[in-house]
Structure formats: C-alpha cells, structure tokens
Write a protein that binds this ligand. Structure first.
Ligand code: AMP
Ligand code: ZN
Length: 459
C-alpha cells in the first residue's frame, strides 16, 4: 500500500518516494534549550515520532536527526534582541553552557515519558561551528550575503525562489518594512553570523573570517542537516510556525550552498492552543510534562490526546479533554490486558490500519478502528491482542508494557472528594470539579470516569 504524506512545499498529499531505496533521511528541528519544553512543543515531537514509526512500519530504516539549539536563536525570532540562551542564563543565574545541559537532559526525559523514540543523531549547534562557518563561506563565495555593522546577512533578493515554501508576498513585505529594516537591504534578509558587541564578552562566541561572534539560528539547521543527511534528503519537519521564517531561510541557504531544496518533503505539525492562541514559552499557561505528573496524569494520556486529532489541525487544550483521553486510554489498557496471548494478526484489520496510517498519518481513524476491534465479537481475544499490538508499534502507547495498578484500600476522605468532583461535573461547575481533582492529586489519587460513575486510582 503506498504511503502518502502532505508536503507543505507543493501543498499536496504526495506519494512518498525515498531518495535511496529502503532508507529515509529525516531531519526534525529540535528544542532551543533555554527552558523546559511545554506540552505544545512536545505535540510536534509526538507527530514526528508517529511519522518515524509509520516509516518504520513501511519497512524503511530511518536516519532520524534532531538538533539541539544551544546558541543563536534570538528572542524576537528575527535578528534583533537577546540570544534566548543568554536570556535563560540571566533568568536562572547559571551559565549558558550549564542551562544547555540542564534543559537538554530535561528534553530527553520528556521524550522517554512520552514514548518518543530517541533520535539516531542528536547534534548541538555549538559542536558544529566549523560546518556553519563553511556554509556561510560558500554563500559568501556566491555573493549572496553582505556585512552590516552587527553581522553578516543573507541577501534574499539574490534567490528568485525565496519564500516559495510559505508563498510569501516578498514584495509586499518589502513595501511594508521600509522604515524598520535598519541596515538590511531587504525586509526578508536574515543573519547568518552575528558579531559580538564590541564592549561585551559573550559567554558563547567564536572567531570567524568576518569577525568574532556567533552563528544565526537558520544556518545551524541547514548545515547540520546537510552534514548528517547530505545536501538533499527525504523529509524535513517542524512546527507550522517555522514555515514563513526558519524553514524558508533554510531553503534559501541550501539554494546558495548546494543548489538543492534541502529536503524533498517539508512536513509541519499544527499547534496545541490555549486560550485560542499557540501555547508558547513567553505567553499564557506554561504546561510541562512535570505539570501533568503533578496533577497525576500519565504523560501517555497526553500522547493519546494528540493522536485523537490529525497532526494538521490545531488542538484546543482543556483539562476536560485530557480527562477523557485519560479515561479512554485506561479503558483500552484494561481491555488489552484482559485479552489472551499467542493470537494471530487479523489481516483485514491490518489492511485498514495500513490504509489509515499511510493516508498522511490518520491516527484518529486508527483509534476509532481500535474501538471497533474492542467491540468485535467475531474476533478472538488473542487475535485482538496480536492485532492491536501491531497498531501500537505506530501509536506508541506502550500497551504491552503497561502494568495494571495494584488494588488498594481508598480512604473515605478520598471517596468524598471524588464524589464531590462527580457532582460538580454533573452540575457543570467546572471550577469546583477542578478543585476537587486537584485536592485528590495533592493526596496522591486520580479519579477516572467510567461508564457507570468513576474509579479512584492511587498513584
Ligand atoms: P522551540 O524549542 O521554541 O524552538 O520549539 C520546538 C518545536 O516546537 C518547534 O518545532 C516549534 O515549531 C514547535 N512548537 C512551538 N510551539 C508549539 C505549539 N504551541 N504547538 C505545537 N508545536 C509548537
Ligand atoms: Zn531548524
């Protein structure tokens, strides 16, 4: 069955054809390690993990490269303002190098909590300064950059295809930005190398042919992707916020350095939103895996929640939504563990499953299919288990590793809180329901809704 993926570059769902038979080069933009990842960032990594698992299910060997941005990503996402790492260092009173290590470790822990497979290669920007300088040298040799007082800039007017990925109205942007583009020649020009301020010793700086400083964020990704996967590889991913700037700039750099589009397919995950806006590190509620655990949610319930939506639609986050995902996941885990072992795979269900995942990763249809299997009286319980186990190689819920919690005596006080939550939910008093749930969480219990009321679990 052919695998079809939506490619942002062509705006088409296209058959996936690898460059080298049997192998896939996959590059995913990784975290800027100046803070913890929020669950919005993690949604993007879950989408990329599902993509990798679908490719593996189709028999490909996936070379999965993820970068760690530990220098050069500026607060504005443009070319001004502080480096996010320097801001993170100032916020925490640690050095930029120390926070890079702390938040890289936290990122790896998040991947584990969410059953996200470890990338084949994890590469840090600060370990690849020479490669980035070499890439800028090649851009310079083509006359596609120029020097300003604060850095070296890519001249986007030299690339006739600049901005195609985002269908950018380059002329319109240019007209609108007459006043505030500073020394830049074009509004869309971006920094390849920033100079250290003359009066300041930066924690992270290197010598270069243009002067002491540090690389821009975009050159990091195209230089490392090309080093590990070659100048043209199969799939490049990130969140959809990367389409108009970061990925448009990576493509422009690859045009200049290698004469390629860098990747054959460009895929983008949509947002997790809170209060109708993108969850971000600077605005709104900052929810982490640790927040979920504090509130006694299993992080896998969040993974399940993400699988319920297509990766190309935004998810509006709510605790009620996570509660239902949690309840559904537990129901599935219990059903799975009640089934016998040593069954046969149902070819008919696997065919349907394959057609759904190969249709641009339609995980929500797969979840609906799982419930069909749960209810299917014509399939033996052992065959159900064997079949759903195959599905789980892509869903990544870890169903067979899950251990049912041991039976424990529940104190009266806890039952009273759970009852209070149930009553509050029935009268749609969500604030009171949340309060009762938090009270339970503080005492180490979680309440899960069931078809005939609720169940209390000790965590
Ligand atoms: P950052 O650590 O800020 O560089 O972001 C890491 C990844 O998370 C990028 O691929 C972003 O596009 C993605 N991202 C940022 N905010 C969200 C969000 N609210 N929902 C989904 N993905 C996001
Ligand atoms: Zn990137």
């Amino acid at each position: 069955m052919i695998l079809k993926l939506f490619d942002t570059y062509t705006r088409e769902t296209r058959e996936f054809v690898p460059i080298n038979a049997g192998e896939v080069g996959l590059y995913c933009c990784g975290p800027t390690v100046y803070n913890y990842a929020h669950i919005g960032n993690l949604r993007t990594y879950i989408f990329e993990d599902v993509l990798r698992r679908v490719l593996e299910f189709n028999g490909y060997k996936v070379n999965h490269v993820v970068n760690i941005t530990d220098v050069g990503h500026l607060v504005s996402d443009g070319d001004d303002g502080e480096d996010k790492m320097a801001a993170g260092a100032a916020r925490t009173g640690k050095t930029a190098w120390e926070i890079a290590e702390i938040y890289t470790d936290a990122f790896l822990e998040d991947l584990e909590l969410l059953n996200i497979k470890t990338p084949s290669i994890l590469c840090k920007a600060t370990d690849h300064i020479a490669e980035q300088i070499e890439a800028i040298r090649q851009i310079d040799a083509k006359g596609m950059c120029y020097v300003c007082s604060d850095g070296v800039y890519f001249d986007t007017s030299q690339d006739p295809a600049y901005g195609y990925l985002a269908r950018l109205d380059v002329e319109g942007l240019q007209q609108g930005a007459r006043v505030d583009k500073g020394e830049k020649r074009n509004a869309t020009d971006f920094a390849l190398w920033k100079f250290s301020p003359a009066d300041e010793k930066r924690q992270m700086e290197w010598d270069s042919p243009w002067g002491k400083g540090f690389p821009g964020w975009h050159i990091e990704c195209s230089a490392m992707a090309a080093k590990y996967l070659g100048p043209l590889f199969d799939i490049h991913c990130g969140g959809k916020d990367h389409i108009p700037v970061h990925h448009s700039n990576e493509i422009a750099q690859a045009h200049a350095c290698y004469g390629t589009n860098l990747s054959n397919y460009w895929m983008h995950g949509y947002f997790l939103q809170t209060d109708k806006q993108k969850m971000s590190k600077s605005a709104g509620e900052f929810l982490r895996t640790a927040t979920l655990i504090e509130k006694n949610y299993d992080p896998i319930a969040y993974r399940f929640l993400c699988l319920l939506a297509h990766y190309r639609s935004d998810i509006a986050f709510s605790w009620e939504g996570l509660d239902s995902a949690s309840t559904a996941l537990n129901r599935l885990r219990e059903a799975f563990h009640s089934w016998d072992s040593d069954g046969k795979i149902s070819e008919a269900y696997i065919a349907k499953f394959t057609s759904y995942v190969n249709d641009d990763l339609n995980t929500s249809r797969v979840i609906a299919l799982v419930w069909e299997i749960v209810k299917d009286a014509s399939l033996s319980s052992a065959d159900k288990r064997a079949t759903v186990e195959v599905f789980d190689s892509v869903l990544g819920l870890g169903l067979s590793q899950w251990q049912p919690p041991a039976d424990v005596e529940i104190p009266d006080e806890i039952v009273a809180f759970a009852q209070k939550r149930q009553d509050a939910r029935q009268s749609k008093d969500w604030a009171a329901a949340d309060e009762a749930r938090d009270a339970l969480a503080e005492r180490g219990y979680q309440v899960v809704d069931t078809s005939d009321g609720f169940e209390i679990k000790k965590l």
